[in-house]
Design a protein around this ligand. Structure first.
Ligand code: GTP
Ligand code: MG
Length: 219
């Protein structure tokens, strides 16, 4: 029964310091952006009510997946819209501020891994962030847990970009294959990848919409 499901979807954002985790969150939740860098200390969350729209394009294959989430919304007369509350946890990329215990990761429904397209190292570290998450979150089936990768700062000049689209796509495609111990489940390969800009407000809503849907499926 759907009553078992939580109506809060817990999302954890991880990635190196300065990649734009806080900026993405601020852009998405508050529609704001600041050029000034202020390191996140520890972790904090923001919440946002999300509307999980049905796919209006042909097919509608995914619609059934979200039906259970609306079972309690009996006051939502004749609406196709489905809502959930995203609880987005912003974390510190700087090691000296990472004082969080295991409890912080527990109950996560989706993990967002962010890198900065102008910073190769931040891309290389994605696997470490993933492993860190899996180590602490006590996920029962890591190979199917929803991760999403965001390549942020795509507003910058092409000459400053250090990570190619192809490289990122390759990594995203092989992501779960690295996690899975066997290659038996061919549904589990690849994770969604979005190229975003918190500064230019590019693709941020689309990415979080996907994050919400993925979290809901996990929930
Ligand atoms: P920590 O809290 O230390 O882990 O860093 P963070 O990942 O939260 O980074 P933050 O959001 O604080 O952004 C770091 C710097 O990058 C800030 O100066 C932001 O203004 C800038 N920044 C964030 N997103 C973008 C973006 O999309 N484009 C550009 N050009 N700059 C960005
Ligand atoms: Mg931050």
């Amino acid at each position: 029964m759907s009553s078992r499901k939580k109506n809060i979807l817990k999302v954890i954002i991880l990635g190196d310091s300065g990649v734009g985790k806080t900026s993405l969150m601020q852009r998405y939740v508050n529609g704001k952006y600041s050029q000034q860098y202020k390191a996140t200390i520890g972790a904090d969350f923001l919440t946002k009510e999300v509307i999980l729209e049905e796919d209006e394009e042909s097919g509608n294959q995914g619609a059934g997946n979200f039906a259970s989430a609306t079972a309690g919304d009996s006051n939502n007369v004749k609406s196709n819209k489905k809502t959930a509350t995203l609880q987005v946890w912003d974390t510190a990329g700087q090691e000296r501020f990472q004082s969080l215990g295991v409890a912080f990761y527990r109950g996560a429904d989706c993990c967002v891994l962010v890198y900065d397209v102008t910073n190769q190292k931040s891309f290389e570290h994605l696997a470490n962030w993933r492993d860190e998450f899996l180590l602490h979150a006590n996920i029962s089936s890591p190979e199917t847990f929803p991760f999403i990768i965001l390549g942020n700062k795509i507003d910058v000049d092409d000459s400053k970009k250090q990570v190619s689209t192809r490289q990122a796509q390759e990594f995203a495609r092989n992501f779960s294959a690295d996690v899975a111990s066997s290659a038996s489940d061919n549904n589990s390969f690849g994770v969604p990848l979005f190229f975003t800009s918190a500064k230019g407000d590019l693709n941020v809503d689309a990415a979080f919409q996907k994050i919400a849907k993925s979290a809901l499926q996990q929930n």
